[in-house]
Structures are given as C-alpha cells and as structure tokens.
Design a protein around this ligand. Sequence first.
Ligand code: PHE
Length: 358
Amino acid sequence: MTSPSAPPADPTAAIDRALAELREAFLPRFRAATTEQALRDENAKILGKKGELTAILKLLGQAPPAGRKAIGEKVNALKQEVESGFEGCLRDLRGKEREAELSAPPFDLTLPGRVPSGVGHKHPISIVREEVVAVFRQLGFAVHDGPDVEHEANNFTLLGFPPDHPATDMQDSFWTESGHILRTHTSNIQIRAMKGQKPPMAFIAPGTVYRRDDDATHSPMFHQIEAFLVDRRVTLAHLKGVLAEFAERLYGPGTPVRLRPSYFPFVEPGAEVDIGCVFCRQSDGTRAGCNLCKHTGFIEILGCGMIHPVVLENCGIDPEEWSGFALGMGLERIAMLRYGIPNIRLMFDNDPRFLSQF
Ligand code: PHE
C-alpha cells in the first residue's frame, strides 16, 4: 500500500521493459502491413499523439530527475529506429507495387477508348440543314449567307411585293426603329446575289427568318433555305428535275412530287410543292391517307417558281437572255416531317430529353 503522500514508485524499470518490448515488436508489425495505408496506421499507433511511444514518454515525469536524461535518450533512440523502420518498409511496399505493375500483363493499346457520354447532340434543325445543304452542293450549288436585319427593298419591293401587300404590314413583320426589317424569308438573298454577281449562278442560302406568327406549327423565328439558279434557257423542267432529285435524296427513292399552282410576287409561274406523305405513303389515292396529310396522301414541303422577269430587271439582269428558278423551304417543317415531331415548340425548348433522340 502506498499512502497518498508517499512519492510515486520509480517507473524507470517499467519504462525500460516497455521500450524493450516495443523494440522487439515494431518491425514485425510494420512488415505485416500489406498496404501503404495499413503501414501508416500502424506507424501512427506507435508514434502518433496517442501512440505507444508517446505514452511511454509521458511516464518520464515520474522518474527521478537524475535518471530522466538517460531515459529520454533511450526513448529518442527508439523513436529514430521506428522512423527508419517505417521508411524502409514503405520503400519495400512501393517497390513491390511497382514490381507488380511491371510484371502484370501489358496494357492493351488496341482496346476501344471510353466513349464520352452526355456531350450533347446536334439539333434536328442542324441535322436537316446539313442534309439539305449536302444535296444541293452535290448538284453544284454554292452556299451563300446574308443578314437577318435587312433593307425593306431587298426583302419586299425589289422582289415585286406591292407597297400595300399584307406581308409588309407592321402586323405581319418585325420592323426596327431605324426602319429596317427582320427578314421575313431568305428570298432577300436572291436580290443581294443578283445585284452583286453576273449570271450564270446557282446557290443556296440557309438562314433565320422572322414573322409575327405564334401557334402549334408557327414560331416568330424559324429557319429557311433558299435555292436559286439563273442561267440561259432555264425552264420549269429544270426546276422539276431538281425537286425530284431533292425529294428522292431526302425522303427516299421514288418519293412522288407534285406541283400545285400558287402565288408569290417574285415568281411566275409559282407553285407549292407536295411530296407523297412520308407517314402513310398513300399518295396513289387508293386509300384514305392519314391525319398528318389530312387524308390527301400528300404533304406540302416548299414554295417555288420561275424568277419573275421584273425581279431580274430590278437587279439589272436582262430577262430576254437569262431565266431562272427559286425555291424556299422551312427547315422546321422539313424536320417535323422527317422525325414526326408534332409541335414546333419542341424545337425551341432545347430540352435534352427531346434533343437526345436525334
Ligand atoms: N420566300 C417564300 C416564302 O417564304 C418561299 C419561296 C421561295 C417561294 C422561292 C418561291 C420561290 O414563303
């Protein structure tokens, strides 16, 4: 029994024993670790703040002052042994890992790479535009560009629209404060091309157009492609040939094409073009068609015609020598027909669940 007032027993012998035990034990413990993390954990159990060696060091305060220096030196010596033992085992462990890497079967460079997912999709309008552009390029048409904000004359007057034509009305078109117009169609490119270039010429012009229209099948901003050709002795037969080729390439061989007389101020004669309904394929009139072609077997895809002689004259081209045709189509309509998209809104919402389907 030690009374409270008695000095604590000299812990020197106990410290010596503990140090000796730890000296025996630490290396085998380190060597048993098979991963770097396990080795570090083991090291922390000995040298960490709450580690075994630290605990031994804390007993030092109870030793007689005269012997403390010697004990401190022993503790420090063991600490250094433990540290260098740890470093050695770490080096061994890393060496083994490297060895395993090097002797593993070699990396197969012919394996396919990881395919990135979720990087986005082409918009159906872009897909269709690229297809249409490709068809016309193969037919020898160049690609032209033009401004969205246009002089009224290039959009209307020089194309033969009378000043009181309803399309020129503020209700139907967007006008800027400076008296310019957001082009209502890509036919403005016809005027720009003919004013800037002598025939023969053949080009297409994709672009954004604007009208005050907003419902399930109309949007105030939409996309068109204009195709345009001027040369000597161009006839309606050339136009029909191009249309047939276009319909075949876009909607498959044998797709029927039909021209219905129609009116546009800048063409004479003018026509609307229908193709056999791509949904029911019942343009032979023998069956009832479907809802999408309103049971006619045909679907309208574009407007076209022979360039009006007055339009040629407006641009300084002699209609006695030159003639040509033009056609214009809405890309939203072409894409809706191609993919069976019921509502034009879907094209402009840019919902990834919609876009990822194309
Ligand atoms: N520009 C006309 C439209 O937007 C389409 C068209 C182009 C018609 C060329 C005939 C010739 O409706």
